[in-house]
Design a protein around this ligand. Structure first.
Ligand SMILES: Cc1ncc(COP(=O)(O)O)c(C=O)c1O
Length: 399
C-alpha cells in the first residue's frame, strides 16, 4: 500500500508554474515548431570556449574549487566590466554563480527578509517575481504605462511604493526582457536618488547591456552598450548587479553567471553559494575565462544579427492593422500587442498549432503585458524572415 505524500511547504505550494515553460511544453509535444519562446538563440557556444572547458577536464580539474570562483575568472570579470565601463573595479567585488538566475536568487537573499516588499516594474521576466515569492517577499508590481507605443517607468508609483517602510529593494532590468525598454541616464539617476532617499537596495540586471539599438546606446561607447547604474552611481553601496554568461556568449546551457556587489557583502555571497551549489565546476569557469577575454568578436556578430532581425520584424509587422509594434531599444525580444486579443495564452497555442511558431504569451510577464506576445529574435535571419512572413499571413486571414 502506498502512503500519501505529506503536504509540501506553503512556499512550495505557492510558487507559480512558469507561463513560458507552459507554452514550451505544449509546443514540444506537437513538434516541428520554430522555438522563439525562450530567451536563447540558435548558435552553439563558439569552439574556443568549448575547447577551454575540454582542456580543463583533460588537465584533471575535477575537484572542489573556490566558493567565490577561480581568482582568474573573478579577475576576468573585473577586466571585462572595466573595459566596458571605463572603471577600475576590484576583482573582489565579483563572485561566480551557477547562472544569472542563481545570482538573482542570492541578491534577493542578501537584501530581503520574509514579508519585506520589493518593487518590480512589470512586464517583467517571470523568474524575478517568482524567486521573490520563494524568498517570501511581497512583490509590488509597478506596471509600466504603455505610452505612444513605448513602455515607461512610472516614477510616481515607484515613489509611492518606496514610502512603505516595508519596502527594501527595487529590481531594475534594463535593457528589459520582455519589453526591450532601456533606461536612460536620467531615469537611472532618478531611481538611484529615490533609493537613497528611502534607503532601498537596487538589484540591477543589466545582462542585455550589449544588445542595444539606435539612440538608446550610451553615446560615445565602443563597443556600444546601454546606460548603466555604473554611469550615474559608481561604487554605490546600495547596488547589487546580477549577470550571466548565457546571452553574450551563447552559453545558456552552461549555467554560469556572476554577482557584483560591494566588497563588504562578499563573505555573505560566499556563504549563500556554499549552502546552495557550493561553487561552479572549474571546467565551466575556464570556459567563462576564455569567453570574457577573447569573445568580444562573437558578441559583435550576435548584436549585428539581432539588429538586422529587429529591423526586419518591425518592417514586416508595422503595416499590419492587427499588430501594435514598436522597435525595441534593447535586448533581443519583440514584444508586440495583438489588437483585440485578450487571451494570449490561447493565442500562443493557436500560433503553435496553425503557424508552427512558438512565442511566449504576455500573460507570463505580469500586469501590463497580458495582451502582448514575446518573440525572441536572436536567430538566423532567414528563420526570422520566414517566421515573420508566416505570422503576417496568418494575421491577415484571421482578422
Ligand atoms: C532579465 C534576465 N535576467 C537574468 C536571466 C538569467 O539567465 P541565466 O539564468 O540563463 O543565466 C535572464 C534569462 O533569460 C533574463 O532574461
Amino acid at each position: 500500500m502506498t502512503m500519501p505524500t505529506p503536504t509540501p511547504s506553503t512556499i512550495a505550494l505557492g510558487v507559480p508554474d512558469s507561463g513560458i515553460v507552459d507554452i514550451m511544453n505544449y509546443g514540444r509535444r506537437r513538434g516541428n515548431v520554430m522555438p522563439l519562446w525562450a530567451g536563447e538563440g540558435d548558435l552553439t557556444t563558439p569552439a574556443f570556449i568549448r575547447e577551454a572547458a575540454s582542456k580543463s577536464l583533460v588537465d584533471g580539474e575535477t575537484f572542489y574549487t573556490w566558493q567565490r570562483g577561480l581568482p582568474e575568472l573573478r579577475q576576468a570579470l573585473a577586466d571585462y566590466t572595466n573595459r566596458l565601463t571605463g572603471q577600475a573595479l576590484d576583482a573582489e567585488r565579483f563572485c561566480v554563480t551557477g547562472s544569472g538566475m542563481q545570482a538573482i536568487q542570492i541578491a534577493l537573499q542578501l537584501v530581503l527578509d520574509p514579508g519585506d516588499n520589493i518593487i518590480i516594474p512589470s512586464p517583467a521576466w517571470p523568474n524575478i517575481v517568482a524567486a521573490s515569492g520563494v524568498r517570501q517577499a511581497n512583490v509590488i508590481d509597478s506596471a509600466m504605462p504603455f505610452v505612444d507605443g513605448r513602455f515607461v517607468l512610472d516614477m510616481q508609483a515607484i515613489e509611492d511604493a518606496a514610502r512603505d517602510p516595508k519596502t527594501r529593494a527595487i529590481f531594475i532590468n534594463s535593457p528589459s526582457n520582455p519589453t526591450g525598454w532601456v533606461a536612460d541616464l536620467e531615469t537611472l539617476q532618478a531611481v538611484h536618488a529615490l533609493a537613497e532617499q528611502h534607503n532601498l537596495w537596487i538589484i540591477a540586471d543589466e545582462i542585455y547591456s550589449r544588445f542595444v539599438f539606435g539612440d538608446a546606446a550610451l553615446p560615445g561607447t565602443d563597443p556600444k552598450r546601454a546606460p548603466s547604474f555604473k554611469d550615474v552611481a559608481p561604487l554605490s553601496p546600495r547596488i547589487i548587479y546580477v549577470n550571466t554568461m548565457s546571452k553574450n556568449w551563447a552559453m545558456t546551457g552552461w549555467r554560469v553567471g556572476w554577482i557584483e556587489a560591494p566588497v563588504e557583502l562578499a563573505q555573505r555571497v560566499e556563504n549563500f553559494i556554499q549552502y546552495s551549489t557550493s561553487g561552479v565546476a572549474a571546467f565551466m569557469q575556464r570556459a567563462a575565462i576564455a569567453a570574457l577575454n577573447e569573445g568580444d568578436w562573437f558578441i559583435g556578430e550576435q548584436v549585428a544579427r539581432a539588429t538586422a532581425n529587429r529591423d526586419l520584424l518591425v518592417e514586416t509587422f508595422a503595416p499590419l492593422n492587427r499588430l501594435q509594434v514598436s522597435a525595441p531599444d534593447g535586448a533581443f525580444y519583440l514584444f508586440f500587442k495583438v489588437v483585440g486579443e485578450t487571451d494570449t495564452r490561447s493565442l500562443a497555442r493557436r500560433l503553435v498549432d496553425e503557424v508552427g511558431v512558438g512565442l511566449a504569451p504576455g500573460t507570463a510577464f505580469g500586469p501590463g503585458g497580458e495582451q502582448f506576445l514575446r518573440m525572441c529574435f536572436a536567430r538566423d535571419p532567414e528563420h526570422i524572415a520566414d517566421v515573420a512572413n508566416r505570422i503576417a499571413r496568418w494575421m491577415s486571414i484571421n482578422p
